[in-house]
Ligand binder design. Structure first.
Ligand code: COA
Length: 274
């Protein structure tokens, strides 16, 4: 896949009802230039798949999309087989599966790790600003990236910076200077603004970060992808007008996710990135 395929990627996103915009394809192509592929029939793009590598310790598959006209003809499987052969067997490979995608991945030796629920709202009720968090700035990014590496399990410094640059208005960090206790970032999308990643020491800090992020624009349509273990946070979201839109199943193949601390990941960055 090259930059001139982005309009095709967007066409497939719209057909699937996904939220990604051109900027989301750009970061995938920038981060993983050699790991993004399209399937074509008569020169027309009918499918996509990308992989993001993290420090040679983890690869993440995303943007598995097949044109609705060509589904159930083996293309999804073909795309997966291609990228699995390309990535090789030396590192674990993760992904967040839709229920349809999971049917494809189970046959290719992926196993379930946990589930995520996507919550959406048309407008947040009862947002609140919090004295213990503040807007993030550029100078915070190094400290935040180090904190995140500990919890996500591998560095994703360039992605965090890209997220921040794309939507600094959604970024919040705890206000204590020396040690990071939590942060959240967001991104703009086609139909929704998405909040994530949300990384925090505990549920109380998570709620403060999210409340403060919403406070600037409660009228927006938001989505958040939350690991379903976080029942307290999920109930708090429901009290603020969120409803469950769909389920995603986190899966892995060829090992376990490295140093993966889900207890402090209250929302993932993006299904296509882990
Ligand atoms: C999921 C998707 C990529 C599958 O692509 P595809 O080309 O239709 O997949 P394949 O033809 O290789 O399917 C292989 C097998 O997976 C299973 N499968 C695929 N789609 C399925 C569905 N919607 N429901 C149930 N099983 C399904 C079937 O067992 C199928 O074999 P069969 O057709 O012989 O019964 C495609 O439906 C799509 O783009 N969906 C929208 C976006 C999406 O959900 N992507 C996955 C992100 S994780």
């Amino acid at each position: 896949m090259h930059a001139n395929h982005i309009p095709d990627g967007l066409r497939l996103c719209r057909a699937a009802g996904w939220n990604q915009i051109a900027r989301d394809w750009e970061i995938l192509l920038n981060h993983s230039a050699n790991d993004c592929f399209v399937a074509t029939i008569d020169s027309q793009v009918v499918g996509t798949v990308v992989a993001t590598r993290y420090d040679s310790r983890l690869a993440w598959i995303g943007m598995v999309l097949v044109d609705p006209k060509y589904r159930r003809q083996g293309l999804g499987t073909l795309l997966l087989r291609h990228i699995l052969a390309h990535l090789g067997d030396s590192i674990p490979i993760g992904l967040d599966a839709t229920p349809a995608g999971r049917e494809v991945y189970l046959k290719l030796d992926f196993v379930d790790v946990c589930s995520l629920a996507r919550f959406e709202c048309d407008a947040v009720t009862a947002p609140y600003d919090s004295l213990s968090v503040r807007p993030m700035n550029n100078a915070d990014l190094g400290r935040i990236s180090a904190y995140d590496t500990n919890i996500f399990g591998t560095s994703r410094d360039d992605l965090l910076r890209w997220w921040y640059d794309g939507a600094p208005q959604h970024a919040r960090v705890d206000s204590r200077q020396d040690i990071c206790h939590g942060f959240c970032l967001g991104r703009a999308g086609y139909a929704y603004h998405q909040l994530g990643p949300i990384i925090a020491e505990d549920s109380a800090m998570c709620r403060q970060l999210v409340g403060a992020a919403f406070a600037t624009s409660p009228e927006k349509r938001w989505i958040i992808d939350v690991p379903t273990v976080h029942t307290e946070f999920i109930n708090w979201l429901k009290e603020r007008g969120f409803r469950e839109q769909r389920t995603l199943i986190r899966m892995v193949r060829g090992g376990t996710l490295p140093n993966y601390d889900l207890t402090r990941q209250f929302a993932v960055m993006a299904p296509e990135l882990g």
